[in-house]
Design a binder for this molecule. Structure first.
Ligand code: ADP
Length: 483
């Protein structure tokens, strides 16, 4: 018997191509399309920020503005619609004060209020659509008001009673903690205090976890890690209580978007059978980086946010030592915390013939690095899923990663004689640990045949969305039967 297609409402604060801050936007821009191609009626709802142009995205207004029960009950929202891909409907909630007058997704003092208005607005918008979802898939704390409201109040209304919920944790570091007055503002005073919440506070991430039928994190390893005091960010007791509802599904990579055969930003396109062409990309990159043009030296690459969790405190100390001992080149692209800008500038000054640090966000350069470097360094302390290592493997660039979260789930450590490695993995959060993995990689690099085999295994790995989308459908169906 074939199972019936599902109606899924996907809630997110950001989605490519409308607004992007981080990896969540990539997921929200790809997973709905993958679900659609499996035959499900998936629709996306997000706020309309000031940066989302009505003209560019051909936004169409649906119905009249509607009131949202928040504060004194005077907020109004307009619902706008467009599509993502060919036929995935996207609804944008337009409220001038909370969203459309703002040029950024996050980072305002009233973020907790803003996303509370979004959540309450979503509930009202669904009524307006005349389309009853089977499942609401909420993502991170910004959308947690919705499963919370459905669980606490929604059961009173037949229209909402049967809607199941899945809550995905993309990053536990951001939880949306705010004063309990937010519940008065949200007209949700029935919501109970949770023991993981500070006294007098609401933690929206915790509420989403407590009130959803099912919960998942963006890799299996991360789903295990967040149960520990070291990585649970204070929510591990709650997650432990809900352990039987907690799953892990690896994010996919958009294989059309990231394809070395067609990527227009890669000067010399290549595939698994023409890896030799990467050499020409590398020459071009060395030129751009004003490093000596050499084919006999291993080229290390990094593309990253410059943040503590990305392992940036390991990078300069490790590379300083490596560069003293070994003849390698290193190209780093990143932006973020000024501390690391300084550290990387100092590293570049000290090793000017070997290191080039580009301290900016540059999508084109990022692609050239993936297509040219021999190794891709990703020593993250925490990595819920991680895209960088998957992109690197797709582009024949061998990842050297720390064993955590999605890195542990996607990169197989090379061990001589085993013939299945796709990269180099280390566990210790120290420059020694990182250095050891880099040295193993550099030794292996000398053996051209083995190295080529590692590159090819990485390129042949399948991290496309198809498998992950099917896993999500499985979770939607179990959420429905558990509801
Ligand atoms: P996170 O979401 O924690 O930043 P991911 O590895 O999941 O880490 O995703 C990072 C994405 O952002 C990758 O596609 C990477 O190529 C891109 N990226 C990060 N920093 C830069 C930069 N400075 N310039 C261009 N792209 C970047």
């Amino acid at each position: 018997m074939t199972e019936r297609p599902l109606k899924v409402l996907f809630l997110t604060a950001e989605a490519v191509p409308f607004a992007k801050v981080g990896g969540l936007a990539d997921v929200a821009g790809s997973l709905p399309l993958a679900l659609r191609s499996l035959g499900h009626d998936v629709r996306v709802m997000m706020p309309r920020y000031g940066t989302i142009s009505g003209e560019r995205f051909e936004l169409v207004k649906i119905g009249e503005r509607f009131p949202v029960p928040v504060g004194a009950g005077r907020e109004h929202i307009h619902l706008m619609a467009t599509t993502m891909g060919e036929d995935v409907p996207v609804y944008l909630l337009w409220n001038e004060h909370y969203f459309t007058s703002r040029e950024k997704v996050y980072g305002f003092e009233d973020d907790a209020q803003r996303f509370t208005v979004f959540g309450r607005g979503v509930i009202e918008a669904i009524r307006l659509l005349d389309w009853q979802p089977d499942v609401i898939h909420a993502n991170d704390w910004h959308t947690a008001v919705v499963p919370t409201w459905l669980d606490v109040s929604g059961w009173r209304e037949p229209f909402f009673r049967d809607i199941a919920t899945l809550f995905t944790i993309h990053n536990l570091a951001y939880q949306g903690i705010t004063g309990r007055l937010i519940l008065t503002f949200a007209q949700m005073e029935e919501v109970k205090h949770l023991s993981v919440e500070p006294p007098g506070a609401v933690n929206w991430m915790a509420q989403g976890i407590a009130h959803s039928d099912l919960i998942n994190a963006v890799s299996e390893r991360y789903a295990e890690e967040i149960l520990t005091p070291e990585m649970g960010m204070g929510l591990e007791p709650l997650l432990e209580q809900r352990r039987d509802r907690l799953h892990g599904i690896l994010n996919g990579l958009d294989y059309d978007e990231w394809n070395p055969v067609t990527d227009p930003n890669v000067p010399h396109n290549f595939d698994i059978h023409s890896l030799g062409r990467r050499a020409a990309n590398r020459t071009a990159l060395q030129q751009q980086a004003r490093l000596p043009i050499r084919s006999d030296v291993p080229l290390l690459g990094m593309v990253t946010r410059l943040d503590h969790v990305k392992g940036m405190d390991l990078v300069a100390p490790t590379l300083n030592r490596l560069l003293q001992e070994q003849d390698v080149q290193c190209i780093i692209l990143g932006t973020g915390d000024p501390r690391y800008h300084e550290a990387l500038k100092a590293l570049q000054e000290r090793h000017s013939h070997q290191v080039r640090a580009f301290l900016k966000f540059d999508e084109v350069l990022a692609r050239r690095i993936y297509a040219s470097a021999d190794m891709f360094l990703m020593p993250s302390l925490v990595e819920p899923c991680g895209l960088g290592q998957m992109i690197a493997m797709r582009y024949g660039c061998v990842p050297v990663v720390r064993e955590t979260g999605g890195l542990a789930d996607t990169v197989i450590d090379h061990r001589p004689g085993r013939g299945h490695g796709t990269g180099f993995v280390f566990e210790e959060k120290t420059p020694e640990g990182f250095l050891e993995a880099l040295q193993r990689a550099l030794e292996t690099y000398e053996d051209r045949e083995t190295w080529r085999a590692i590159q090819m295994r990485g390129m042949a790995s399948d991290f496309s969305w198809t498998a992950s989308a099917k896993a999500y459908v499985g979770l939607y169906r179990s959420a429905l039967s558990l509801h």
